[in-house]
Design a protein around this ligand. Structure first.
Ligand code: FES
Length: 144
């Protein structure tokens, strides 16, 4: 039996490693966003870093609608309401949890990438243990 599952962020080509520095924490306040890219071409790893009142959050820059990059321009990541907005069909996502609150994929969410503030810098965090366990179980089932 074949089990299909989305590849978790840390298994994607060019994925950054836990501890990789994104920017100084002071450079990403609430209501601000930055884009980062590792690699190039169709398999490039595109990340959106957004500041919230609860600290920085990061998501893969890939809209759940057509699974394409939401925008290539960092200055277009947030709309006037402070939501992450896809430039193609205007799906809007909450910065704090990546959930879509309007548009064609309402109810879906962006793929989160853990980030943390360490030594005054925003760095890539460790994969969630539960996500790693779920991925391992899915791989084992698809290999059976
Ligand atoms: S591709 Fe993002 S809303 Fe359609």
């Amino acid at each position: 039996m074949t089990v299909r599952f989305d590849r978790p962020w840390y298994r994607r080509p060019f994925a950054p490693s836990p501890g990789d520095r994104l920017c100084a924490a002071a450079e990403i306040g609430a209501g601000e966003a930055r884009a980062f890219t590792w690699g190039e071409g169709k398999t490039a790893f595109d990340l959106i870093l957004v500041g919230t009142e609860d600290g920085p959050r990061a998501y893969i820059n890939q809209c759940p609608h057509f699974k394409i990059r939401m925008t290539a321009r960092p200055d277009e990541l947030l709309n006037s309401d402070g939501l992450i907005q896809c430039a193609w069909h205007y799906a809007c996502f909450r910065p704090v949890d990546g959930h879509c609150v309007s548009g064609p994929v309402e109810g879906y969410a962006l793929n989160a990438v853990p980030v943390e503030v360490r030594g005054g810098a925003v760095v890539i965090g460790e994969p969630e243990p539960a996500a790693v366990a779920a991925e391992s179980a899915a791989r084992a089932e698809s290999a059976a």
